[in-house]
Ligand binder design. Sequence first.
Ligand SMILES: [Zn+2]
Length: 459
Amino acid sequence: MKLQFYNSVTSEKEEFQSISNNEVLVYGCGPTVYNSPHIGNFRTFVFYDLLNRVLLQNGYTVKNVINITDIDDKIIDRVNNEDIAFNDLTQKYERIFLDQSDSLNILPSTFNPRASEHISEMIHFIKSLIAKGVAYNVDGNIFFDTKEYSKYGKFVNIDDDNLSREDNELGKKHPNDFALWKAWKDSDGEITWASDWGNGRPAWHTECAVLGTQLLGESIDIHCGGIDLKFPHHENESAQVEALLGNQFANYWLHAEHLIFDSEKMSKSLGNTLSVSDLLKKYSPETLRLFLLSSHYRSKVSFSDKKLDDSSKMIDKIDRFINNFDLDTIDIDGVEYGSFHLSFLDALNDDLNTPEALGVFFDFINTINKNIDNESMTEDLKIQSKIFINLFNSIFSIINTSLSNKESIPKNIQHLASAREEMRNKSDWNEADKLRQKIESLGWLIEDTKNGQKLTQKK
Ligand SMILES: [Zn+2]
């Protein structure tokens, strides 16, 4: 089956067509770094990783951004009300986010830009929107003028009464208008930047619009996020980019549903959250990851200890299955996928249907286990088993053994190296150096030779 995704703009599954032949550009809205992430946040981040891995499996390379929102009211409140510096607070929670992503086997992103390090680009972007006649200034607050942009309402019917009414108090002209820049006020304390309109700070919708276009380009393939970001955040991101540049910002918009806890959406503001750090004291990262991948990303899932226990039992079953084989001695070179493997891939290509893919894998395990019980295993079934174990783990990544050829370079490392090469070609030494550091932190050394970059695993 060809790869297809449910596009939130059309509310239909659509066959995926990438802009370039081989590289897919993906933007995922990242964490606001004021607090430890909860398991609901990681449902979205594991979904980004699933998307990434399925794209890689389909032969694409992926260039992706997960931004770090380090300018936000909640951050400003904490810095001004507690004895903690801005950088100390934001970088502490950024580190926790990256470490937990790593424990949950989420492949590193090409870029994790901090909003606070791209302020001048944001100011430039807002100036261009003012010059274009789609933004206006009220007392140093800059708003997007939705009445000047006829396509506003990509995700919602704007005649609906239940639309967002954010920043009403700042003096905007129309209810759907939204802030691009917020003027400094007493409660902001020292967290402020200078602009042509006075001191203040960029607003969240502008942060993502600028980081996406700066790092990936004016048109990207896929933009994703949690379902609650569809409106107003994604509506407003895309309105800014499309009003300014006149092109479609993202061709596919994918949204992951909520994780439910006691029938309420899990979010930090409701206080019913379970932090990943707490859960990792009780469950393995693989158990959490499998729990998050066991449901389709577009279905609501309620959290329960029983479901985590079920995931843990599934991992035990997979481990017992693998223990039947001496994988290092099975040669799979040049062997093609069989019908089980193809059904597994079809399920994933059908809008990332992980429950169905998981079902196929367990049907396969049950079939092979019968052969093992009947003592009717053949060399071919062993080969098919090893191929499926590798294939399964390239997506679900929950098997805690090193199955791959140790000499081969993992796809995520290759992907970071090609992003670095691109930055070097653009003479962006700063980004290139950050990518080198990231590659090194993952256990690989990179050197530049006459024949290009050379990767070696650290001893
Ligand atoms: Zn965003």
